[in-house]
Design a protein around this ligand. Structure first.
Ligand code: AKG
Ligand code: FE2
Length: 286
């Protein structure tokens, strides 16, 4: 069996069908046409962003995002937005610009898309993610417990997904929603339990929208430079409350311990992840 099965691609699906087949079963799916009437799909080109907002100063992130110490989850540098867009349009780079609340800087962009009607509970909150060819956003799940609808623009990117039940096989780092496993080039010596994980592959083309059900792990690989808009939906008060408490608990402990102990805290988390994975593997082999 290969490591990944392909995510279904659908079009013309009703709210009821979506609920029955995907939402209620927590199954990822790609919509070919969820964004088909959005102005954004024709308007949000590299040139458009460069012309309108090229002067913005933006933070840059790279693979050192999770290195312990002072730089933990902080930007490595800043660039002009226009300059960054020119780079990712033309050449590979590991620089990314993520979790950008773009509508705060440019509220007019909210007119270029519509809140989907495929389910209830969409939030106004919208984020954009930019990445260069070859860059990747490490394996994680979104701790606010919402469902994510990720629409990609202009190019192609690939998302690798795993259900929450496989967390131990993915070497989840305790007190975080992250793993440092390289999903596409795994070091099986270091991460043997990953052999037992089985995931899904979503190949997203321009204008397509990936449904990432709540708490699903995702590893985002930019097979080409491009950008996506993430809209979020949360249809239950219970998971909303869980999300909020997760945010507070995890961030406070992990950031505090990183400031105090740096590399030692990282090693502690890695050792715990190894113990958990070993136990999960033993259970499978019983
Ligand atoms: O597209 C990306 O780079 C990351 C998307 C993501 O992690 C999210 O929307 O939760
Ligand atoms: Fe995410």
């Amino acid at each position: 069996m290969s490591k990944f099965s392909l995510v279904d691609k659908v079009s013309n699906i009703t709210k009821e069908e979506f609920k029955e087949k995907y939402l209620s079963t927590n199954t990822p799916v790609i919509f070919k046409d969820l964004a088909k009437d959005w102005e954004a799909t024709s308007k949000w080109t590299f040139d458009f962003f460069k012309e309108q907002y090229g002067d913005w100063e933006i933070p840059m992130y790279d693979d050192s995002y999770h290195n312990p110490g002072n730089g933990y989850m902080k930007p490595v540098s800043h660039k002009k937005f226009g300059e960054y867009l020119s780079i990712i349009e033309k050449e590979p780079t590991n620089l990314r610009f993520h979790n950008f609340q773009i509508m705060k800087r440019a509220p007019e962009l909210a007119n270029d898309y519509q809140t989907p009607t495929i389910m209830d509970g969409f939030m106004k909150f919208a984020l954009m993610f930019f990445g260069g060819k070859g860059s990747a956003l490490n394996l994680h799940y979104d701790i606010d417990c919402s469902h994510v609808f990720l629409t990609h623009f202009q190019t192609q990117k690939k998302v690798y997904l795993f259900p929450q039940e496989q967390s131990k096989l993915l070497y989840k780092l305790p007190y975080t929603n992250h793993s440092h496993l390289d999903v596409l080039n795994p070091d099986y010596q270091k991460y043997p339990a990953y052999k037992y994980a089985h995931g899904l592959e979503a190949v997203l083309e321009h204008g397509e929208t990936l449904f990432i059900p709540k708490l699903w792990w995702h590893y985002v690989f930019y097979s080409e430079g491009g950008y996506s808009l993430a809209l979020r939906a949360n249809d239950s008060i219970k998971t909303k409350a869980k999300g909020l408490s997760n945010l507070i608990r995890l961030f406070t402990v992990d950031n505090g311990m990183n400031s105090l102990f740096g590399v030692k805290w990282k090693t502690y988390k890695e050792n715990k992840a190894q113990e958990n994975a070993l136990r999960a593997m033993q259970k499978i082999n019983q």
